[in-house]
Write a protein that binds this ligand. Structure first.
Ligand SMILES: [Cu+2]
Length: 141
């Protein structure tokens, strides 16, 4: 009986070890802005191929002083941006960050962003830890 219980326990532990998120970043890009603009936004698809949720906690880059996760909301007739403290990434799903939707706001740009440049960005996830990407700067159209 004791051996049987141990076996069950080991199987549960094994299962827990296997259950984890698996994050992939696809098609990241930063919107090109005129040199006078002090803000831009970063977009991408965040794919979680794993079987448990992960959470995007924070984003860092040298391209701007501050970085925030934003979503667009309708208030009356106005589209406004609201800050999110984190972004949930459900298992077996893709969260798309795109213009007009959820985006990562780069506030107080440290240098002008020109199309063709690549910007190093560090994403911090609750379970997957740090993922570093190179996001190209592109014009919106
Ligand atoms: Cu924003």
């Amino acid at each position: 009986m004791r051996v049987f219980l141990l076996l069950i326990f080991a199987l549960i532990l094994y299962g827990t070890a296997l259950a984890k998120p698996e994050i992939q970043i696809q098609d990241p890009w930063i919107r090109e802005v005129p040199p006078v603009s002090k803000m831009s936004a970063l977009f991408m698809k965040i794919v979680n191929k794993g079987d448990t949720e992960d959470v995007l906690l924070s984003v860092k880059t040298d391209a701007s002083k501050f970085v925030e996760i934003h979503r667009m909301v309708m208030e009356g007739q106005m589209m406004k941006m609201r800050k999110l403290d984190f972004l949930k990434l459900p298992p077996k799903s893709t969260v798309e960050l795109r213009p007009g939707g959820i985006h990562i706001m780069l506030i107080e740009l440290t240098k002008p962003l020109k199309a063709g440049q690549k910007v190093k960005v560090e994403l911090n996830f609750k379970k997957s830890g740090k993922i570093v990407i190179q996001a190209p700067v592109k014009a919106l159209h």
